[in-house]
Design a protein. Structure first.
Lengths: 220, 220
DNA sequence: ACCTGAACACCGTTCAAGT
DNA sequence: ACCTGAACACCGTTCAAGT
């Protein structure tokens, strides 16, 4: 049953590795079929054997990033279910921001691969442990994913990558920028400049996820 | 003080109008400097008089979409502050999804124009009325924006545009797709297929925003 | 100052041909 | 079956030249 013709010189795995390499070294905007092919020392068309098209390449990359999200925090026995949910969200945010191009990737299409399903299932399991009905657990699982992905999107647009040192540098930058804004029309925003400058930090993220989880438990 | 040289044939407003027209007629992916120029019957270079570059064009478009968000719902006297916040979030989601390319636009860069500041200020005002401290109001204002933008991003990636009829059609499509998934590894997800299929609906959005707001008020 | 025309350095994708 | 080479129809941006 040997396949006819010449043997494959590449694989989807190798193509994805090269694609992530391009993003790591030159940024997400530099990602292209032609550049990945160049890195692999092959003509652009050769990639179409391993990937259907550009969108297919991106789907594969999204799936790999999602597979890197650690579901283990949802099983830490010493934490309450609510605390586990918060820690999971923190870990997921960190993974998406830390992966080369992770934030940009999740915006390129629907997140409905196998690992996204497993993530949803793990959230459902933990949420039902808090006493929520199964239907409310499903709604809550989506709300949590929305919150993580929305955070990651806004942070990435702002230049963040989940690194605490970078977070601090960006906060200082934003604080200075707010100082230059005309405060007369937005007095409350000006008064809370210290908080606004720290919107994209782990502390702010933890605060809001905790509120979301608390709101779900209060109603349930 | 008349400016020397030939008069301007275009304006930033006209360029932005044409850009939104391209997105409306051919989708966000079709948006390009060259295509906008073609619509205006001008060479691509002519646009550089009115817009610094492609990123500048996108910034202008984001600002216009943000200016279309109605802050009026935050001032409806017959509603409680919490209800006003939920209605505002619903209206903001609807505006972003309804605008041609609105969802794709908000992912193209930081949202920090003048209208974003005014939106933040209006949220702060309403949140302080609920009895939150000014600092917590600032955190809450960002959490709400994260939630709306995350929702819009996921819905747009899934093909939604905020239209209720389209929402219903997509829900039925997703329900059928879930039927084909192997349920053995994700029993809870399979059991809640009806809810999962309706993740991207106004009802689900209202549910999660309400929980987020409730969580902020309980803690405050 | 504003616009054109030509050019540079890129894209994704298809097709016909080689092995 | 897999890969190459050539081609098609696009990009954003720059530069020199015209008015």
């Amino acid at each position: 049953m040997a396949a006819p013709g010449p043997a494959r010189r590449l694989s989807e795995r190798i193509v994805l590795d090269a694609a992530f390499g391009v993003v790591r070294d030159h940024g997400f905007t530099a990602l292209s079929i032609r550049r990945v092919a160049a890195v692999l020392g092959v003509t652009p068309n050769a990639l179409y054997t391993y990937v259907p098209d550009r969108a297919g390449l991106l789907r594969g990359m999204v799936e790999r990033v999602m597979s890197a999200v650690d579901l283990g925090t949802l099983a830490i026995a010493t934490l309450s279910p609510a605390e586990r949910l918060v820690e999971f969200a923190v870990a997921m945010r960190r993974t998406l921001l830390g992966h080369p191009g992770g934030a940009a990737l999740i915006m390129t299409g629907p997140i409905d691969g196998p690992h996204a399903l497993l993530l949803n299932e793990a959230l459902l399991r933990t949420l039902t442990e808090t006493g929520l009905t199964l239907d409310d657990a499903a709604r809550g699982a989506y709300a949590l994913q929305v919150h993580v992905l929305g955070t990651v999107m806004l942070e990435a647009a702002d230049g963040g990558d989940g690194d605490p040192a970078r977070e601090e540098a960006l906060a200082i930058e934003r604080r200075a920028a707010l100082e230059r804004v005309d405060a007369s029309g937005v007095p409350l925003t000006a008064q809370t400049a210290d908080i606004v400058a720290r919107y994209n930090t782990t502390a702010q993220f933890r605060w809001s996820v905790r509120r979301l989880v608390d709101g779900m438990l209060v109603a349930g």
